[in-house]
Design a protein around this ligand. Structure first.
Ligand SMILES: *Cc1c(COP(=O)(O)O)cnc(C)c1O
Ligand SMILES: [Zn+2]
Length: 425
């Protein structure tokens, strides 16, 4: 870990050695979320000496906050080996509909547990093993837990997951199948989060909670590396103009920003894309903060509600990093309502063949707003970050459908009647 110089508080800028603090800045308590600081000269040398790049997030091992000795045995020949390096597709039909010249879709529904959270949970599993933790725990709206559960199962690591009891059944089914100890909290995600911090502290368990654990953004940042490397091609990196990211706690957008800053520091990209964050209207405290120009630590909790469970957060835990990501890149924070989110699922599925859960599809609805408001213009090259699969929450998918499929008797005549001339013969 000599390549990690330390941890820096996002509020006061105080720096700590990696072994000097547990998770957050002691001066700022739970709000004192930390940044991981790297020795970029050493990182550069390690990349130069690295074996051929593997098609996963581990191709960026010299930029991850784990030791090679801890990572290698866990990653080799387990599910962890397949995290990351998800496809980046062009989406020309959606681009044309919106009047854009170039649009790309980064499809993180194609992760082992079907969400981007695998990138963070993979780092958590390695860190927990590095520290010899008996148990790993997290609160989650569902995906972070499912990712931790699946990757823990892959390497036989005990884990305890707290999710709100309202989490979509598919996400709970993943937790149960992977053999986690699952606690369905009779309360909100925010309550589950606070409870999990207490639980972790009481029993000394390794704490994966989003943002609170400074290394989760470090896993998520690999999505940004991949976008730029896939756009560049042939081992080169090229930044798009805009990346559109769904925002709940703000860890993904903060992580994407970190990934871009790493690439710029290493001289791999010469400019940082604008980051556009998309929140659900019923869970939009970061949009409010951005519009009002206030700091993350001045924000107050709201009572959040949205169909997009993965971005339902009353007090976004990575609010400092999320606001910094949008402000420093000249981006924006936008709100979209639940009807727009539900309509975005089929729009994206039909427009480019990618099936997204509500929170992930929200970026499509956000892009529509961004184009209308002139935040994204015709010549901008934009990337939509699709963070989770539509299979995670099929009930919401069906809510967004105007028509349900016809039921037919098993006869040709019934089929002909049902088609009613709508399909060419
Ligand atoms: C977690 C998650 C998000 C939001 O990420 P934050 O880091 O909480 O902002 C968006 N989409 C999906 C599918 C997620 O699982
Ligand atoms: Zn501090």
């Amino acid at each position: 870990m000599e390549h990690v110089l330390g941890l820096r508080c996002t509020i006061c800028g105080a720096e700590y050695g990696v072994d000097d603090v547990a998770y957050v800045c002691p001066r700022h308590g739970n709000d004192g979320i930390l940044d991981v600081v790297y020795d970029y000269d050493l990182v550069r040398r390690r990349f130069a000496a690295q074996p051929p790049a593997v098609p996963s997030m581990w191709r960026y091992l010299p930029l991850l906050p784990v030791s090679r000795q801890a990572a290698q045995p866990l990653v080799q020949a387990t599910v962890l080996e397949t995290v990351g390096w998800t496809p980046l597709y062009p989406a020309p039909r959606i681009a044309a509909q919106l009047g854009l010249q170039a649009l790309w879709v980064k499809d993180d529904s194609r992760q082992p547990t079907a969400s981007l959270k695998d990138r963070a949970s993979a780092v958590a599993v390695v860190k927990a093993r590095e520290q010899g933790a008996a148990v790993v725990t997290t609160a989650s709206t569902g995906n972070a837990g499912a990712a931790l559960a699946g990757l823990c199962a892959a390497v036989e690591q005990r884990n305890v997951i707290l999710v709100p009891r309202t989490a979509p059944p598919a996400k709970v089914a993943q937790l149960v199948a992977f053999g986690s100890t699952v606690l369905l909290v009779d309360g909100s995600y925010d309550q589950a989060f606070d409870l999990c911090l207490q639980v972790a502290q009481s029993w000394g368990w390794y704490n994966r909670n989003t943002a609170y654990n400074p290394y989760m953004a470090e896993g998520k940042k690999t999505a940004a590396y991949e976008i730029c490397e896939q756009l560049g091609g042939a081992g080169r990196f090229r930044a798009p103009d805009v990346i559109v990211v769904p925002v709940g706690d703000g860890c993904i957008i903060g992580g994407v920003h970190k990934g871009l800053r790493d690439l710029a520091a290493l001289g791999q990209i010469d400019r940082i894309p604008r980051l556009v964050g998309v929140q659900a209207a019923g869970s939009a405290s970061l949009v409010d903060a951005w519009e009002r120009g206030i700091a993350g630590w001045e924000m107050e909790a709201i009572d959040a509600h949205t169909v997009a469970d993965s971005i339902c957060a009353g007090l976004p835990r990575d609010r400092n990093k999320a606001l910094r990501a949008v402000r420093e890149t000249g981006g924006a924070m936008l709100r979209v309502d639940d009807a727009e989110i539900l309509a975005a699922i089929p729009a994206l599925a039909r427009g480019c063949g990618v099936f997204a859960e509500p929170a992930a599809a929200a970026v499509y609805a956000g892009l529509v707003h961004a184009v209308e408001k002139g935040i994204v213009s015709a010549h901008d090259e934009a990337v939509l970050l699709i963070t989770g699969s539509g299979l995670k929450d099929v009930a919401s998918v069906m809510k967004g459908q105007s028509r349900t499929p016809a039921v037919v008797e098993p006869t040709l005549a019934a089929v002909e009647k049902a088609l009613d001339g709508s399909v060419a013969r």
